[in-house]
Write a protein that binds this ligand. Sequence first.
Ligand SMILES: *Cc1c(COP(=O)(O)O)cnc(C)c1O
Length: 380
Amino acid sequence: MKRVYNFSAGPSMLPLSVLQQAAAEMTDAHGSGQSVLEMSHRSKDFTPIIEKTEALLRSLMGIPANYRVLFLQGGASLQFSMIPLNLAGVEPGIEKKPAFYVETGIWSKKAEEEGAKYVDLFVGASSQDRGYTYIPTPPPPRSGDAYYHLTWNNTIVGTRWTTPPETGNVPLVADISSSILSEPLEVSRFGLLYAGAQKNLGPAGTTVVIIRDDLIGKAPSWVPVMLRYDIHAKEGSLYNTPPCYGIYLIGLVLEWLHALGGVSAIAERNQHKAALLYDYLDHSCLFRSPVDLGSRSLMNLPFVFTVEDPVRRADLEKRFIREAAARGLVNLAGHRLVGGMRASLYNAMPLRGVQELVRFMEDFEAQEKGGLHVSHPNHE
Ligand SMILES: *Cc1c(COP(=O)(O)O)cnc(C)c1O
């Protein structure tokens, strides 16, 4: 068996032990004589699976009793529409309600573009002026705002919030797709949290929504049934067929995390992994992190070559990605919109993977210095 270290931003690595358990249970799950892929979502075999997954998520995240956990579909992107529709939707002909958004990257911008269709959207702060390389100082919401939206971890640009802003009575809503369960988060500070599963939780196809009771049931009557939190909450995420296999795999990932010691233990590991790469980047002559010190993500670490000449830089990037892949370090290209490189170090990325990446980067830098791989000697 040849496994690579997959640094993709998502879908991303899953723990090997989880994949092996899923493989072992593929044709006969828990003595049911069938695969989870074949089970009815209303059967006595599946009920314990969804219940266990929710219970584990509640205990690992410390989700208070007055919050509901929903397993939905449509990715984090569908939440860009469901949030405004459910928290601030109005009947036709009625003036749109105001809502507050903080813009810290490409995903928060997408949330805004969608939200603006349904709410009177106000961008209260943005870090676009410096390419989203920092988290702006959060301003307070305005008194009438229906909610306050932010992107906790910015997957593409590699920044993260560390403390939630004070929003008083205005519900704080956060996209935690790329940081869920990576470090402790005080759920009670938020009205709604949401995450696509494919980064830190399991396979693509399931979206987790954690919503405070009092925010359920506010959608106007015209909102389509599949987009209503009240329906999904009432039916326990079983209004229609949920992504059963995804929910099962999330359950296995949560068991793995629980056995590791839970969120505080994985947070310590994540700090250590990220520090290894940041320390190297901050001391390197060839690579650097474009992100401000106080705003750096533990999950997504973009980096660039310090080389000025764009032609030589592009050449180095291509060679870097190619040679890394040859060493089993794959998917290190930056997002197509920002370029450069990016290493995503989600929970399932072992420390060993980061150590091997840093060793490869040291070798690459040494070779460059030694002039063994000077691709454009004229520029030297
Ligand atoms: C990946 C990602 C999304 C989009 O997720 P989908 O599940 O593909 O819709 C949204 N927000 C953030 C922060 C992400 O990392």
